[in-house]
Design a protein around this ligand. Structure first.
Ligand SMILES: Cc1cc2nc3c(=O)[nH]c(=O)nc-3n(C[C@H](O)[C@H](O)[C@H](O)COP(=O)(O)OP(=O)(O)OC[C@H]3O[C@@H](n4cnc5c(N)ncnc54)[C@H](O)[C@@H]3O)c2cc1C
Length: 404
């Protein structure tokens, strides 16, 4: 990272906009503000503490053919597949969409290489204090020295320490192996979004995910949407089982990717103070029912940049539509309470809905009529039970009772 900074205790610097965290959301916003705001100072604060910094990751998303991050895209698929619990395969081209993969290090290099006016400051943010005239960002430097940064506006992407207390929160937790097989084993023309043949948990859902790069190399992941993560042995056993089902034969593991993405129906507001905002996963960019976040981050940061460029405060910059968040909340509740059989639910979706329409739905671009057509083909009785449970929980929440 360029532009080092080391604060002394009590030294106050100033920036018109401070972005906390240089991950997917922080960098996306920095990229946009660097272009949209001339004459205003922007600083990105990133922690030097390796324990707080996420390891390298791959981010997948879909969009119509050409896109703004194409220079960082390392792989593209024009077709996707899903596999039902009984082995039925649904495979389809997704034209005009393309499923793209960006490695976090390439994304970071692309964004950083393009920043002209934005400074990067190294420090661990310990507190953000809102105020009428300015916000104050408290920092701890690599040497332990504390300092403060005064900010006109703060966009904070630090992941929340605790899951939100309200609503249902499941974890999307996964481990993937980058593998190289001794013989051609993969159909590299299609990524497999969900392979539901794996053993299912009592509540929630488990599935395999395959990103094939060529006939012999792929990222093969085991994923669960459940309340608790597994231990190392649990993930490795699940991956051994899944790679066995894929009949990979002899293969070498060349790397690992692991993560936890909170999937929550709790409201995560973007604006949390007069001058303080949350972005990224912390600000509700993660689609609750899928864990996909990258596209939501782009929608959020585009709206913020447009508002600031027009001289407005970005009061609302939703990544997802309200009705989609409600549908996702119903599904999360159904999975969490064991009302919905996760594998059967997702299999019904893939069986009945063309993949391009499903992708448009997940990006919030379908009409209510299209969504009704999707909804009636899911297990209706189970989803109705989940819907009522969600409505009852909402009423209890409004009355202030303890939610389940
Ligand atoms: C392994 C993995 C794979 C994923 N794959 C996909 C995918 O394929 N598609 C998709 O859409 N989503 C995916 N996600 C979900 C989501 O896109 C990512 O989690 C994404 O990184 C979220 O962006 P963010 O900016 O909110 O958080 P992050 O990218 O985690 O950024 C937060 C930043 O804040 C910094 N930070 C933390 N604490 C402090 C502090 N105290 N002071 C200063 N800085 C701090 C961190 O170092 C980090 O740089 C994946 C997540 C993981 C974990």
């Amino acid at each position: 990272m360029g532009g080092g900074w080391c604060g002394e205790r009590g030294v106050v610097e100033r920036a018109d906009v401070v972005i906390v965290g240089a991950g997917a959301a922080g960098l996306s916003l920095a990229h946009r503000l660097d272009r949209a705001l001339s004459g205003r100072s922007v600083a990105v604060v990133e922690t030097p503490e390796t324990a707080l910094r996420p390891p390298e990751r791959t981010w997948c998303f879909w969009e119509a053919a050409a896109g703004e991050w194409d220079a960082a895209v390392s792989h593209r698929w024009h077709a996707l597949a899903a596999v039902g619990p009984d082995g039925t395969v649904w495979r389809s081209r997704i034209h005009p969409l393309v499923y793209k993969m960006v490695r976090s290090r390439d994304f970071e290099a692309l964004v950083r290489g393009g920043l002209r006016r934005t400074r990067t400051l190294w420090g661990t943010v310990t507190e953000v204090v809102d105020g009428p005239d300015r916000a104050v960002v408290r920092l701890r430097g690599a040497d332990g020295a504390e300092s403060e940064l005064a900010a006109g506006l703060v966009f904070d992407s630090r992941p929340p320490a605790l899951p939100p207390a309200d609503g249902v929160t499941l974890l999307q937790h996964f481990r993937g192996w980058f593998v190289r097989t001794d013989r051609p084993r993969f159909d590299s023309s299609a990524a497999v979004l969900m392979d539901l043949r794996v053993p299912q948990p009592e509540r929630g859902v488990a599935f395999g995910y395959v990103l094939p790069f060529d006939a012999r190399t792929a990222l093969v992941e085991y994923t669960e949407f459940t309340r608790e993560v597994l231990d190392d042995a649990g993930y490795d056993a699940a991956l051994r089982d899944y790679t066995g089902r894929l009949r990979l034969g002899v293969f070498t593991r060349t790397g690992t990717e692991q993560g936890v993405i909170p999937m929550t129906s709790a409201q995560l507001p973007g604006r949390v103070g007069r001058r303080v905002f949350r972005i990224g996963t912390a600000g509700g960019a993660t689609r609750p029912a899928t864990g996909y976040t990258f596209s939501g981050v782009q929608r959020q940061t585009r709206q913020i940049a447009a508002a600031l460029a027009a001289g407005r405060l970005p009061v609302r910059f939703p990544a997802h539509r309200r009705r989609h968040l409600f549908l996702d909340a119903v599904l999360l509740r159904g999975l969490d309470e064991g009302l919905v059989d996760g594998a059967e639910f997702f299999a019904a979706l893939f069986r009945s809905t063309p993949l391009p329409r499903l992708l448009r739905f997940l990006d919030g671009e379908t009409t209510p009529l299209e969504e009704l057509a999707i909804g009636v083909r899911t297990p209706v009785a189970a989803m109705t039970a989940a819907l009522w449970s969600q409505v009852r929980a909402g009423r209890r929440g409004r009355r202030g009772d303890t939610q389940s």
